[in-house]
Design a protein around this ligand. Structure first.
Ligand code: SAH
Length: 252
């Protein structure tokens, strides 16, 4: 999801979707397992948590405590409701705040997690800020948009120039992480089903609902068209780009 587009509609569109970005339990688990040497009860910070599907998955994968931060109050409320429904209040603390300066005085952290949200602060800036919040040898797990191939078709290139010009090839992101003081524990692309089954398919239903609700509203109609365009771009060009998951370790 990209914040640049009319927040009032984008938040409404994503309010009841299972996720606000591509991903799934298998990928969260695969990345988590690349962390290697975490304590039994790690202290975890999940940034840009949205309504918290990966937060709840992290709570299944470890016995630690998780502070989950998002800037959008309604997502934080939703996560708090999900946490209460599962009786996990002692393990997960949802908070409203900025991932650039998270409201998390409990740190330093063993692990900082950020699925599909680092674009809000920028890849390098996020890694630099979060390095200071990690214990020595602490880990970062994050997924970020990346180019998978160099021969990018014009229409695809233009879409990304408009949407998120900071998208870069995987190798450039790995290099930026190393320069930023991290060792790379592993990285892998999210499989396409993370985009379809977990993200765009539920989103398409929401787009249709909003189409009906806002019939005749030009502003809403234009917004919904940009979302359909984003989905078409992925349909046509998913060999060229996607999300890469990076697991990094603070190098000291
Ligand atoms: N991790 C979730 C959500 C990803 S969408 C998932 O994978 O489903 C990106 C999220 O970043 C949104 O929930 C948005 O509200 C949040 N966000 C945007 N700017 C932020 C900021 N400055 N600080 C914290 N969260 C932010």
């Amino acid at each position: 999801m990209t914040e640049k587009r009319i927040p009032k509609y984008i938040y409404e569109l994503f309010h009841n979707t299972p996720r606000q970005g591509p991903g799934n339990l298998d990928c969260t688990a695969k990345a988590f397992n690349l962390c290697g040497e975490l304590p039994d009860e790690p202290l975890v910070l999940d940034l840009g948590c949205g309504s918290g599907t990966q937060t709840l998955d992290l709570a299944k994968l470890c016995n630690g405590r998780i502070i989950a931060v998002d800037s959008h109050q309604a997502f934080v409320d939703k996560l708090a409701e999900r946490v209460r429904a599962r009786g996990l209040e002692h393990r997960i603390s949802p908070r409203t705040g900025d991932m650039a300066a998270p409201p998390a005085p409990e740190g330093p952290f063993d692990l900082i997690w950020c699925e599909g949200a680092v674009y809000n602060v920028g890849f390098e800036r996020g890694l630099a800020l979060w390095r200071e919040l990690l214990k020595p040898g602490g880990y970062v797990g994050l997924s970020e948009s990346a180019w998978f191939r160099p021969d990018i078709p014009k229409e695809c290139w233009e879409f990304w120039e408009e949407t998120y010009p900071d998208i870069r090839p995987v190798e450039a992101q790995l290099e930026a992480a190393r320069r930023g003081g991290y060792r790379v524990m592993g990285n892998f692309p999210l499989p396409k089903r993370c985009w379809w089954e977990e993200f765009y398919v539920p989103l398409q239903d929401r787009i249709q609902e909003m189409d009906r609700k806002y019939a005749g509203n030009q502003e809403a109609g234009e917004f919904l068209e940009t979302m359909r365009h984003e989905i078409r771009i992925y349909e046509n060009y998913s060999d060229w780009y996607g999300y890469e998951f990076y697991v990094l370790r603070r190098a000291d």
